[in-house]
Design a protein around this ligand. Structure first.
Ligand SMILES: [Zn+2]
Length: 413
């Protein structure tokens, strides 16, 4: 009679045996004797191809084993294997071999091949607590994409952009999103749409001639509405920066941005944004268009002492707490949240942890637009909010990224 055999395994149904043709287990007792015996069996006609020893480790492979007579005793001794009578046709029906040996396979998922679980949007909270990982966005993102939190918070999934010539449905508003144009606005191909949204960094240093040229361009493009926020490069829009320049000038001291911004001091430096006459400028403020609610915020986690820099943690969370939690459809920030469109050249995530928490747990907008990290342009989703990094320029400040469009149904007809 033929016998099938396999070696003992802590739990043969644990899903580790994916290849039914070949079963690989550990042989716990090793030593000279067993190695010799294996060699012997490999030379035996009846056992050729049945027992193989893998090099270096005490591991053995059983392949659709079929042994007879006195070999059974040897194999039992050698490996302490379980032997079961084998049906005649088992050798040819390889797919049944495993269940023949171990019984029906339990339907447990392989730990490394878990099915994708769609992000379940959590119940809205009214306040977001400061995150203990606020200062370590990359660690936060790695944690978010592994273990249990992965299912609770969703994960980065790319989304294809809508083609610029896609037809627009009736009673919808088409939004055209750009960001980080950095004085290259004339070199960017802007598709048709109803509302232009610009997420900041339209200048290089917030100098007056940069602002007026951008405003001239805004006046030339045919949109019903244009919404603009500032970014870290709009230095003159940040009152803290302008105060610093003013104090340095008065005391005849040094100011890093003095050479760029001193001329603005002679104008009304406290309301530089008033020079943007051809758009609606948002700064911790909102606007409603066709019933669709939009909120704009220029802040980003501190980096390099630029405009609208705020330390990570409690301080920046205070800025996100200004975003209303009751039905914002489109959130515009200059910087990205952690985990979406926030990877720098090195592959590290640098986005704001508290911003992601506020977006996912409290604000829950349909769209979150931003720029700032030029090199991670594109669209992602957590299956509820769509995240758009619409940086128009790339890492080298070349205007190569297309504007991104999307449509939303009007809430007032
Ligand atoms: Zn930029």
């Amino acid at each position: 009679m033929a016998y099938a055999f396999a070696y003992s395994s802590p739990d043969p149904n644990d899903g580790r045996f994916d290849n039914l043709d070949e079963i690989e287990t550990s042989q716990e007792t090793s030593g000279e004797k067993s190695e010799k015996s294996v060699q012997q069996h490999q030379n035996d006609d009846e056992l050729t191809g049945i027992v193989r020893k893998t090099t270096g480790k005490d591991r053995y492979v059983a392949q659709n084993a079929d042994v007879t007579g006195s070999d059974i005793k040897d194999i039992k001794q050698l490996f302490g294997v379980r032997l079961k009578p084998m049906k005649k046709d088992v050798q040819t029906e390889k797919t049944d071999f495993k269940s023949f040996l171990f019984g029906p396979r339990k339907k447990t998922a392989h730990p490394h091949s878990q099915p994708k679980i769609k992000y379940q949007q959590p119940d809205k909270v009214s306040t977001v607590d400061p995150d203990p990982n606020a200062s370590y966005p990359n660690n936060f993102v790695l944690k978010l994409r592994s273990g249990k939190t992965r299912h609770q918070r969703g994960y980065h999934e790319s989304v294809k952009p809508l083609p610029h010539d896609a037809p627009k449905k009736e009673n919808h508003t088409r939004f055209v999103c750009v960001s980080d144009t950095h004085n290259e606005h004339d070199n960017i191909n802007i598709p048709d749409g109803d509302v232009l949204l610009h997420c900041g960094d339209f200048t290089l240093a917030g100098k007056m001639h940069e602002i007026t040229d951008f405003n001239r361009w805004l006046g030339e493009i045919p949109f019903e509405r244009k919404i603009v926020i500032a970014g870290n490069h709009e230095l003159s829009f940040d009152p803290k920066i302008m105060e610093g320049v003013k104090i340095a000038k008065e005391k005849k001291g040094y100011s890093r941005w003095g050479s760029y911004l001193e001329p603005i001091l002679d104008k009304d430096y406290k309301s530089v944004s008033s020079h943007l006459t051809n758009c609606t400028y948002l700064e911790d403020s909102g606007e409603t268009i066709n019933g669709i609610r939009i909120w704009g915020s220029p802040w980003q986690p501190e980096f390099g002492g630029w405009g609208f820099n705020v330390p990570r943690g409690r301080e920046i969370l205070k800025k996100w707490d200004l975003i209303p939690g009751n039905g914002i459809d489109i959130l515009m920030t200059h910087g990205p949240p952690a985990g979406h469109g926030d990877k720098v050249q090195s592959g590290m995530s640098v986005g704001c942890v508290d911003l992601l928490n506020s977006v996912q747990l409290r604000v829950q907008p349909k769209y979150h637009l931003f720029g700032h990290i030029h090199e991670d342009y594109g669209i992602t989703t957590d299956n509820f909010t769509t995240y758009i990094n619409c940086s128009s320029v790339n890492y080298q400040y070349q205007p190569v990224h297309k504007a991104i469009i999307f449509d939303l149904p009007n809430k007032v007809l």
